[in-house]
Write a protein that binds this ligand. Structure first.
Ligand code: NAD
Length: 334
C-alpha cells in the first residue's frame, strides 16, 4: 500500500529531490500540494497529474483535513514556518513529516511535539542520513565496538553560500546560519555515532564577511563532551567549500566518511583494509519517506521523531549560548 503525501512548499528541495523520490517510492506517493505560487500549482498539476481538489494554498491548507487521499503532510518551508504548519497539520488530523532543522528554537519544537501528541498522529523529522547505508554501517561499527571503544569524533559540514538575499541569511526565517542549516548534519553524526547526548559545549564563531552575515552565523567550531567521556570537535561554515566529513577515533582504529552528507557519491573508510564501508547509491529521500510510511502502516514508533529534533535544538541553543557568553556551557533541558 502507498500512503498519500502532501508537499507543503514547492521550493528547491521539493522540486529536485522529494517529488522525484516520491515517484519511485514503494510505500509513498505524491497526492497533494500546498503552494503560495499559482504558477507552480499549474506546473505541478500538469507534471504530476494532481487534481484541482488536491491543490491548496497557505490559506486553504486546513481543508486538507477533509481529504482522505492525504495521509502525511510534509513541511518543506523555511525553518521559521515549520511550527505553524506542523501544528496546523496536527489539527487537520494528519501524520506530519518536517524538514530539518525542526524549528528555530527548542520551545517551538516542544509545542510541535505537544500538538502532534494531542492529535494522536506521528511526527518525523527529515534526518535523511539516518536512513543511508554508509551512515547506518558507521553506527553499527561504533555500537559493536569493531575498532574498540569510541574515544573522539571529528565532524564538519559547510559550503560557500551564494545569493545574499536568500531566506537562509535572514535570522527571522532561518533561525541562524550555517549551524542551523548544515552544521546540524555534523551535530547529528556525532550524536548517532556516540549513541549518547552531549552534556557540555564550548564554541567559537568567526565572521569574514560581517555584511553578508549580519544576521546569522558564518563559521562556528565547537567541542562537545559526552557522558561516557567521548569528546567531539565539530565545525560548520557558510564561508567556504570542502568540509563534508566525520571521523571516529577508537581504541584500536578509526573509521569515517568523506564526503559524508551529500545526496550521492558518499564514501566510507576504515583504518583496517579488511573492514570496508561500501554500499550502492541510495536515494535518501525515498528511503526516509518509505520508512515513515511503513511505520505508520505498521503502527510502530518512528525515529527520528520530534524528540530527536528537539535534542538537536537544545545542543544548538547551547552552542549559541557558549558563543555569547565566551565560555563552556551545559546543555540544558534534555
Ligand atoms: P527553498 O528556498 O528552495 O524553498 C522554500 C519554499 O518555501 C519556496 O517554495 C518558497 O516559495 C516557500 N516560501 C513560503 N514562504 C516563504 C518566505 N517567507 N520566504 C521564503 N520562501 C518562502 O528552500 P529549500 O532548500 O527547499 O528548503 C526548505 C526546507 O527544507 C528548509 O527547512 C531546509 O532546511 C530544508 N532542506 C533540507 C534538506 C535535506 O537534505 N534534508 C536540503 C535542503 C533543504
Amino acid at each position: 500500500k502507498k500512503l498519500g503525501w502532501a508537499l507543503v512548499g514547492l521550493g528547491s528541495l521539493s522540486t529536485h529531490q522529494i517529488a522525484p523520490a516520491l515517484a519511485k517510492a514503494k510505500h509513498s506517493r505524491l497526492s497533494a500540494i500546498v503552494t503560495g505560487t499559482p504558477a507552480k500549482a499549474e506546473q505541478w498539476k500538469a507534471k504530476y497529474a494532481i487534481p484541482d481538489s488536491h491543490i491548496y494554498n497557505y490559506e486553504t491548507f486546513d481543508k486538507i483535513a477533509e481529504n482522505p487521499d492525504v495521509d502525511v503532510i510534509y513541511i518543506v518551508l523555511p525553518n521559521s514556518m515549520h511550527e505553524e504548519f506542523v501544528v496546523r497539520g496536527a489539527k487537520a488530523g494528519k501524520h506530519v513529516f518536517c524538514e530539518k532543522p525542526m524549528a528555530n528554537t527548542a520551545d517551538e519544537c516542544r509545542r510541535m511535539i505537544a500538538a502532534m501528541k494531542q492529535a494522536g498522529k506521528m511526527l518525523g523529522v527529515g534526518y535523511r542520513c539516518q536512513f543511508e547505508p554508509h551512515h547506518r554501517e558507521c553506527m553499527r561499527l561504533a555500537r559493536e565496538k569493531t575498532f574498540g571503544a569510541l574515544k573522539f569524533i571529528e565532524a564538519g559540514f559547510g559550503f560557500q553560500i551564494g545569493d545574499p538575499t536568500q531566506w537562509r541569511l535572514r535570522k527571522n526565517l532561518a533561525g541562524g546560519g550555517a549551524l542551523m542549516d548544515v552544521g546540524i548534519y555534523a551535530l547529528q553524526a556525532c550524536r548517532y555515532i556516540a549513541g549518547e547526548e552531549p552534556v557540555e559545549i564550548a564554541a567559537q564563531e568567526t565572521k569574514t564577511d560581517p555584511v553578508k552575515f549580519a544576521e546569522v552565523d558564518e563559521t562556528i567550531s565547537w567541542s562537545m563532551k559526552f557522558p561516557s567521556g567521548v569528546i567531539a570537535s565539530v565545525m560548520t561554515t557558510y564561508g567556504f567549500n570542502g568540509a563534508n566529513y566525520f571521523t571516529a577515533t577508537c581504541e584500536k582504529g578509526r573509521f569515517g566518511m568523506d564526503p559524508a552528507y551529500s545526496y550521492d557519491g558518499l564514501k566510507g573508510w576504515t583504518s583496517r583494509p579488511e573492514v570496508k564501508i561500501e554500499f550502492p547509491a541510495t536515494d535518501h529521500f525515498e528511503v526516509e519517506m518509505d520508512a515513515f510510511s511503513e511505520a505508520i502502516l505498521a503502527n510502530k514508533p518512528f525515529a527520528p521523531s520530534g524528540e530527536q529534533g528537539l535534542k538537536d535544538l537544545l545542543a544548538i541553543e547551547a552552542i549559541y549560548k557558549s558563543i555569547r557568553e565566551g565560555k563552556a556551557v551545559k546543555v540544558e533541558g534534555i
